[in-house]
Design a protein around this ligand. Structure first.
Ligand code: BG6
Length: 484
């Protein structure tokens, strides 16, 4: 398979928060990879801006170090890193003062695409936007990338949207949800809307239920103070799992273009019923071989969840009667993210009762080992009469599409290039984010008012036992969180 690199025009990408963790881990290694693929044409440059006093040479050293630290050795070529270094520039800038802005203005070129990446706390978005305009740094067509968390509730998200709207048009704002940049997440749309096979069956008449799982083995690590104020609901469900739900449940957009796709996703969020408190299970990991949640966040009284499972209903014609079960958690048994669509059994079996009956299951594995697996029913081979078994039609992208598939651009690479191309399809629109918070807020308010305490679960387990019950009582079972 030969991967196709779509050309982009020359650009200057300015990263605010250039010395921060996200820039080091994700943004800069992603840009280096695109550079190696020839996607930094002409004199395209990356300009780092942050409060830290540093010169360009030192920042170049720091970026080269980050590349070798966060990319596999086979992707780090000394000559390419040396050539990439020449594209990097650094300028110390005070987001809340006047220092550095004039220097930044002289660096940014007016004639090329300008993209400003706000990899900073959301409380700084307004100050940055104001100074970019006051010092006449950015041009009218500049693009602005903002990271999550986009607010912590509806009110703060609205405030952020209002602030950004004071300075920029919506078509200049790129709200990142890196899950939308994942290869298989986009494949979900290709599978649904590029085949005739699935769409006619993609409704409550044929689908019994859908499970969406994002299981992680990591704990909250060094991000305790942020995470303890967020919890799994704000950190993962309101954004990443919500996006997966939207792509699974949405109506076919008329075209694969920003307005059409985002309109359909918004309709899904607006169709969500409020969630019954009895359909929510929250958990907190306990100390085992590694510290427990409360040690990680250094807050013995914490009631924040590191795990959540919930059942929700999309109240529309397509989905009425088909529940969606979502779960996500840290320090679980395995790292596994997948969307599993359980079809209904055949309406009538022509086989004897002891032949067994089975239902088709389509699973879309997002990570690791991205791929698609469809369980189909066949006759058990041999002379033993008609007995049914199910077998996988399993496709691992890495096996089917060759090593290049495993080497495909990661989410940040794809999304940053979409910003340069001016394509907003895989970014969240302001109303979408607000709708997601409008659904999330009452759920969080419910357990806060009731002073609910999360249930303990063992590190390395599948989460609290009660989460199993959430399914069992409906006569269903979660898929095992197994390593692939
Ligand atoms: C981030 C969350 O947005 O996504 C983290 O803040 C989480 O808590 C991460 O670990 C998961 O991303 P990925 O790509 O590793 O599944």
């Amino acid at each position: 398979m030969v991967s196709r690199v779509i050309p982009v025009d020359p650009f200057d990408l300015i990263i605010f928060g250039a010395t921060g963790d996200l820039a080091r881990r994700k943004i800069l290694p992603a840009l280096y990879r695109r550079f190696c693929d020839g996607q930094m044409p002409g004199e395209s440059r990356v300009i780092g801006a942050a409060r830290t006093e540093m010169d360009t040479a030192s920042w170049r050293d720091a970026v080269a170090e980050a590349i070798t630290e966060f990319l596999p050795a086979k992707q780090c070529d000394a000559d390419s890193i040396a050539a990439f270094r020449d594209r990097l520039h650094y300028v110390p800038v005070d987001a809340l003062g006047d220092d550095g802005w004039a220097d930044l203005k002289t660096l940014v070129r007016p004639g090329v695409i300008q993209a400003y990446y706000f990899s900073v706390a959301p409380s700084l978005f307004g100050a940055l936007a104001e100074r970019l305009q006051a010092f006449e740094v950015c041009c009218d067509t500049a693009r602005f990338v903002v990271e999550k968390p986009f607010g912590r509730d509806l009110e703060t998200a609205r405030d952020l949207n209002r602030t950004l709207a004071t300075y920029f048009h919506e078509d200049q704002i790129y709200r990142i949800d890196h899950y939308l940049g994942k290869e298989t997440v986009q494949n979900l749309m290709a599978i649904r809307f590029g085949n005739t096979l699935f769409e006619p069956l993609w409704n409550t008449q044929y689908i019994d239920h859908v499970q969406i799982t994002v299981a992680e083995t990591v704990g909250v690590g060094g991000r305790g103070s942020y995470y303890d104020r967020a919890g799994a609901m704000r950190d993962m469900v309101q954004n990443h799992l919500m996006q997966l739900l939207c792509l699974t449940a949405m109506e076919p957009p008329s075209r694969f273009e920003p307005a059409a796709v985002r309109d359909e996703k918004l309709k899904v969020i607006r169709a969500l019923d409020p969630v019954d408190p009895g359909d929510i299970v929250r958990g907190q990991y306990q100390a085992g071989e590694t510290p427990g949640y409360i040690e990680d966040v250094e807050n013995p009284d914490s009631r924040t969840e590191s795990y959540i499972a919930l059942k929700l209903h999309v109240a529309n014609w397509r989905w009425n009667g088909t529940p969606f079960y979502l779960r996500t958690g840290k320090r679980l048994k395995a790292r596994r993210s997948e969307i599993v669509v359980h079809f209904k059994e055949t309406p009538h079996s022509i086989f004897d009762a002891d032949a067994g009956s089975r239902a088709n299951v389509l699973s879309i594995r997002l990570q690791p080992d991205e791929g698609i697996d469809l369980r189909v029913t066949i006759k058990e081979p041999g002379p033993g009469g008609m007995r049914l078994i199910d077998v996988p039609l399993d496709m691992s992208f890495a096996e089917a599409l060759g090593p290049e598939a495993a080497d495909a651009p990661d989410a940040y690479e794809r999304l940053i290039m979409d910003v340069i191309r001016g394509n907003q399809t895989l970014f969240m629109r302001g109303d979408e984010v607000e709708a997601a918070w409008a659904w999330t807020d009452p759920i969080i308010a419910g357990w806060t008012d009731r002073r609910d305490t999360p249930l303990p679960y063992e590190t390395g387990s599948s989460g609290p036992e009660d989460a199993l019950m959430l399914m069992h009582r409906d006569g269903r079972r979660w898929r095992e969180i197994a390593p692939s």
